[in-house]
Design a protein around this ligand. Structure first.
Ligand code: NAG
Length: 132
């Protein structure tokens, strides 16, 4: 269920950003391991944080790829990914970090996560967002 949703989100994101058409190169899937946010971190609405990930295993073919960071939360049968408001997009995946600002209007919850898309999605552990 999760990965099906992730795949459709990726394809959708690719469609709206005019990503290059699927090629043989796209079949090499790189799924970056997220090192921050960590489990049980608390972010405040309106605050800025770096999302960080491991870049040590990026295949040579993927070093020029750009990434996309979406916020989601656990919900009944859904990841509730906020596709309409990416936290970050079009940054180089080889950089290993991107600063994101939590929207001021985000509702406090204990079960947020971010998904970092290289060409396949990778999910962070759950963390909390509180009112500022
Ligand atoms: C994000 O990381 C970069 C590089 O280490 C650093 O310069 C920047 O201050 C960090 N930003 C935040 C919001 O922590």
């Amino acid at each position: 269920m999760f990965f099906t949703t992730i795949l459709s989100v990726f394809l959708f994101a690719g469609a709206v950003s005019n990503a290059s058409p699927i090629s043989a190169q796209s079949l090499i899937v790189f799924s970056p391991h997220i090192t921050s946010p960590k489990a049980s971190m608390i972010w405040c609405a309106g605050s800025t944080h770096n999302v960080t990930w491991d870049t040590s295993n990026i295949p040579a073919e993927k070093r020029e790829s750009t990434g996309l960071v979406l916020l989601g939360y656990d919900g009944r049968n859904s990841e509730n990914l906020d596709i309409a408001h990416p936290l970050a997009s079009s940054f180089p995946i080889s950089r290993g970090f991107v600063a994101v600002t939590v929207p001021k209007t985000v509702a406090p919850r204990d079960d947020y996560f971010i998904v970092l898309f290289g060409d396949s999605g990778n999910m962070s552990p759950k963390f909390k967002i509180r009112k500022a």
